[in-house]
Design a protein around this ligand. Structure first.
Ligand code: PAF
Length: 281
């Protein structure tokens, strides 16, 4: 694996690869890597000749400064994991490399209602920060395909929209959520949970599964309440949302129509850690 910390040498390398007709895949991350990130790299390797992974804890996407400060940094382990999984290039930029003019004046992206629902509602400004960093990283790397995890489904839809507007020649692929054996969605935030909370946290996945199993019974509001009950019983301290939505628009549905792809999403806190998960029905 070749490690680049600055833009110019990375771009020189990528230019050479491109002139040799190599297809470039890009996996952006904020580090604290786990099996979910490895599955993104594995998927990228299936579709591309060269995989570039970036590790950059993007300050502009944290609406809560404490969350930013607490974000786990495990760089040695991350490098080991990427090398073991034969990632071609690691881009490890500084804040100054990505935001040379500082982080105060950000570009504004038109994201429509997607910006203000669910994650956007509870984390104001989050998606503007995500779009700013992904846009900058794409300008640097100019990959053929961008790989994102399906766990952050709203982020996937938001970035897809940004790509249509600003990077129409870059493809995007969502990779399935990697889970622990008990169903808990893998997340860098799980590192902040105690052993006990890691077990209890499966209640989110179980509540989503409950909705999946009972969706044919039809009463959407009742299903959401039952799912919330399960999350509370699991020991969560706060629930931001449990929603059943059209998977293309992310708008809540009130009835289930055949032929429509449905997604069930939830966000809740345990031990002060905010976890999100979703399943496609
Ligand atoms: O999903 C993440 O880890 C981040 O939001 C991303 C896409 C790397 C942008 O910082």
């Amino acid at each position: 694996m070749i490690l680049f910390k600055t833009v110019r040498p990375l771009q020189n390398k990528l230019e050479k690869l491109r002139s040799n007709k190599q297809k470039i895949g890009f996996v952006p991350t904020m580090g604290a890597l786990h099996a979910g990130h490895v599955s993104l790299v594995t998927e990228a390797k299936k579709h591309c000749d060269m995989v570039v992974c970036s590790i950059f804890v993007n300050p502009t996407q944290f609406n809560d400064e404490k969350d930013f400060e607490k974000y786990p940094v495990t760089i040695e382990n991350d490098i080991f994991l990427l090398e073991t999984n034969k990632t071609g290039i690691l881009f490890l930029p500084s804040v100054n490399e990505i935001y040379p003019e500082g982080t105060e004046q950000l570009q504004h992206f038109e994201l429509g209602y997607l910006e203000n629902i669910f994650e956007g509602k509870y984390r104001p400004g989050h998606f503007q920060g995500v779009c700013n960093v992904v846009h900058r990283l794409l300008n640097i790397i100019n990959p053929d395909i961008l790989f994102l995890g399906r766990k952050d489904y709203q982020q996937y839809l938001v970035v897809k929209k940004m790509l249509q507007d600003f990077h129409p020649s870059t493809g995007i692929m969502a990779v399935d959520t990697a889970r622990e054996a008990n169903g808990l969605a893998m997340s860098s935030r799980n590192m902040r949970l105690s052993e006990d909370a890691r077990i209890k946290a499966t209640a989110i996945y179980q509540s989503l599964q409950y909705i999946k199993q009972h969706i044919a019974e039809g009463d959407i509001e009742w299903l959401k309440e039952k799912a919330k009950e399960k999350i509370w019983q699991g020991g969560f301290d706060k629930i931001d949302y449990v929603e059943i939505c059209d998977a293309e628009t992310l708008l809540p549905v009130s009835t289930i129509k055949t032929g429509k792809k449905i997604i069930v999403l939830a966000a809740a806190f345990i031990e002060d850690v905010r976890l999100i998960d979703n399943i496609l029905l």
